[in-house]
Design a protein around this ligand. Structure first.
Ligand SMILES: Nc1ncnc2c1ncn2[C@@H]1O[C@H](COP(=O)(O)OP(=O)(O)OP(=O)(O)O)[C@@H](O)[C@H]1O
Ligand SMILES: [Mg+2]
Length: 118
């Protein structure tokens, strides 16, 4: 856990129910998120399927009806800090694939945008 906390790597924590996965995730905060570094927790099971991409990636102004202003997503909120995806197995496989791109390439695209954000 110390090793993981001091690295920039993504970490997958698995284990049966109630074995302390969240405890482990929180224990890796201190070095991973220093001053000015955010820690964003996402309860993946609580995000409705219909709006999950928007929640994660944000959108540009005019991306869809009602998108009157641009909005940062959860991924951007966690920029340079830690994004804790609790119960990631609960989200749709298609969205897991999009999140994989962030883990592998460190980039994502806001909905309605043409260029990826770093
Ligand atoms: N090693 C431990 N020592 C003491 N208490 C622990 C330990 N591991 C977990 N707990 C306690 O057990 C409870 C469940 O832990 P936690 O929420 O981290 O588990 P989880 O793996 O995320 O569970 P779930 O699969 O239900 O989401 C918490 O109240 C936590 O404080
Ligand atoms: Mg848990």
């Amino acid at each position: 856990m110390r090793h993981a906390a001091s690295s920039e790597s993504s970490v997958l924590i698995t284990g049966e129910s109630g074995t302390g996965k969240e405890l482990v995730a929180r224990a890796t905060i201190p070095t991973a998120s220093g001053p000015g570094r955010s820690f964003v927790t996402v309860n993946c099971g609580a995000i409705p399927d219909g709006s999950s991409s928007r929640s994660f990636f944000g959108h540009v102004k005019g991306a869809f009806t009602g998108a009157v202003a641009e909005k940062r997503g959860l991924v951007e909120e966690a920029d340079r800090g830690t994004l804790f995806l609790d119960e990631i197995g609960e989200i749709a496989p298609q969205l897991q694939v999009k999140l994989l791109r962030i883990l592998q390439e460190g980039e994502f695209t806001r909905i309605g945008d043409t260029q990826p954000s770093g």
